[in-house]
Design a protein around this ligand. Structure first.
Ligand code: AGP
Length: 588
């Protein structure tokens, strides 16, 4: 959940590294650091804060040298301080390293290195890599050997890039992404193609246990045993690099608005891939569906949709819990893994578990070049374009659009995603026009300490997703709940300070949900309804368009995303970079 980048070539490294880190900032934004090699000397600058801010304060772009590395951090071991920021080096500055991942055996390695006289400066697990590299480098001044020996000592997940003071740039990968970008006059090594896509779309995706070594014009690839490996460069879709904010104040707002096009784009699937996906899915004895955070909420909604429209019995399990509930999985099972990034460690771990058991793995991803897509037997791309805001918005509606499309391809009952797409697009546009109304409502409840979001049936996953948005964007405690469950206990929490949002469209759940809401109203709660039929019970109504029942989740989540966005603004929070979070969670 950090981003790492390296450059070696004929251009000045620092501006390229800073630019690449800025594009990958979604992976972490606690602190930033750059190292460049100039005249055989490694120079390091690092600071706490976001890329633009640290770069301006420390003049990062002016660092001299045509080889260098950079890092943005999402702290796992050690507080957010300059000392803990990367790059790290050993006792002397002969080799510097940036790391993404977790070194599980760092205590043991550190103890051993300290006994040999190494002095550690930071609280990070990553610093052991720097000392190990230094140790092996000092023995023979052989970068290849230093890399191989170091990699073989590490347990955990890692991608790291190192610069040796003889101008060698190396990268190694184990369970964390690392990609080489090849330009006309140099090389990048980066956590994400976004780090270099502005300069080249020619990329080599490293596999686990791959090491890349770059010196002058030469690129060599070998594994942790020193054996040469061959990886064929691939062309990366250029649109992945389109990460401009445009005229919007925040990426989050831009991405919410993009939903007027992205939902439609997501169902423009390659027919053969969908057929293959559906055939594998229908062939399964048991179907499990997994994801984390927002992607888990897509999985929950898919459970309703696939059972209702495709008559499939599906079990949804959140990825971080999957390993504890996978006893029933075998070679006749199918796992659908959902992920925007395709790099979430919990999701990848679930997939590995399923593969160990011989199950078929299907996936729904936004990043088609991701580890998840490459590990799957069949993968469908959600095609919503790069999502920069840490809070998932357009990727959620795109994931569910693809799942609806799959349900329709299999089922005899139809969700309406294809037949009613024009109507849905109009309804999404109309919902987006509710922005001013939602901002007004957000202002009324901006000081809430707790917000409950209630709904029934297919609206329940939307309640959970809405609550997640409010927690992460506005730092307000929010809970999504089945409307009928309130009376079984949580009702005790309700008083005149409570704020409740009810998903109450005019559908088969309407009457029961209004009754649940009136119970809360009579206990003093302020009740906001997202509805196509306003009832006098409600203090505020946000009037969504009427649309076919199965498609309502698409128009219900948008007001909740906007509510969370405006709650963030009224509480002076930058919605694009919520505290403590990173977009791509590559640690368990
Ligand atoms: C969503 O707003 C969150 N930032 C987070 O829950 C996210 O959905 C989760 O980490 C899963 O990410 P993925 O879809 O890339 O796997």
């Amino acid at each position: 959940m950090c981003s790492i980048i390296g450059y070696l070539g004929n251009s000045s490294a620092a501006p390229l590294l800073v630019d690449g880190l800025g594009r990958m900032e979604y992976r972490g934004y606690d602190s930033v650091g750059i190292a460049t090699l100039n005249d055989g000397k490694l120079l390091i600058k690092k600071g706490v804060g976001k890329v633009a801010q640290v770069s301006a304060t420390l003049n990062l772009k002016e660092m001299i040298g045509e080889v260098g590395i950079g890092h943005t951090r999402w702290a796992t071991h050690g507080a957010v301080t300059v000392t803990n920021a990367h790059p790290h080096f050993g006792c002397k500055v002969g080799v510097v390293v940036v790391h993404n991942g977790i070194i599980e055996n760092y205590h043991v390695l550190k103890e051993e290195l300290v006994k040999q006289g190494h002095v550690f400066k930071s609280e990070t697990d990553s610093e052991v890599i720097a000392h190990l590299l230094e140790h092996y480098w000092s023995l023979k001044n052989d970068a290849k050997e230093a890399m191989i020996n170091t990699c073989n000592r590490l347990i955990g997940s890692f991608a790291f890039v190192a610069v040796f003071d003889d101008s060698t740039l190396c990268g190694a990968r184990y369970d964390e992404p690392l990609i080489v970008g090849i330009t006309n006059d140099g090389y990048f090594v980066s956590s994400d193609v976004l780090g270099f896509l502005k300069y080249t779309d020619n990329a080599i995706f490293l596999d686990n246990r791959d090491i890349v070594m770059l010196k002058g014009n030469t690129l060599s690839l070998f594994d942790f045993d020193g054996r040469d490996v061959v990886r064929i460069p691939t062309k990366v879709a250029k649109e992945l690099g389109d990460t401009d904010k445009g005229l919007y104040a925040h990426y989050t707002l831009k991405e919410i608005h993009e939903q007027k096009n992205t939902i439609n784009k997501s169902i423009q699937q390659n027919k053969e891939s969908v057929e293959k996906f559906c055939n594998l899915l229908k062939g399964g004895k048991d179907v499990f569906i997994t994801g984390s955070g927002t992607s888990y909420h897509s999985a929950l909604l898919a459970k309703y949709i696939l059972s209702r429209y495709s008559k499939l019995r599906v079990e949804a399990i959140m990825s971080s819990e999957f390993q504890y509930s996978s006893e029933l999985l075998d070679k006749n099972s199918v796992l659908i893994a959902i992920s925007q990034s395709g790099e979430t460690a919990d999701v990848l771990q679930s997939v590995k578990k399923a593969k160990e058991k011989g199950a078929t793995v299907l996936s729904i991803v936004n990043v088609s070049t991701s580890s998840l897509a490459r590990l799957s037997d069949c993968s469908l791309e959600v095609k919503c374009g790069p999502e920069v805001g840490v809070a998932a918005t357009k990727s959620f509606t795109s994931q569910i659009a693809v799942l609806y499309y799959v349900a329709d391809t299999i089922g005899s009952n139809f969700t309406g995603i294809t037949t009613d797409m024009a109507e849905l697009s109009t309804a999404v546009e109309e919902t987006l026009r509710l922005e001013t109304r939602i901002a007004e409502v957000a202002k009324e409840v901006k000081n809430a300490k707790d917000i409950y979001i209630l709904g029934r049936s297919i609206h329940l996953p939307i309640c959970l997703e809405g609550a997640l948005k409010i927690k992460e964007l506005a730092y307000i405690h929010a809970e999504g709940m089945a409307a009928g469950e309130m009376k079984h206990g949580p009702l005790a929490l309700i008083d005149k300070n409570s704020v409740v949002v009810v998903l109450n469209p005019n559908d088969s759940t309407y009457t029961d949900t209004v009754s649940n809401a009136s119970v809360l109203k009579s206990r003093g709660a302020k009740v906001i309804s997202i509805t196509s039929k306003c009832d006098p019970t409600y203090d505020y109504c946000i009037a969504i368009p009427s649309i076919r029942e199965s498609l309502l989740p698409f128009v219900e989540i948008i007001p909740l995303q906007l509510l969370a966005y405006f709650l963030a603004l009224y509480n002076n929070i930058d919605p694009d970079y919520p505290r403590n979070l990173a977009k791509s969670v590559t640690v368990k």
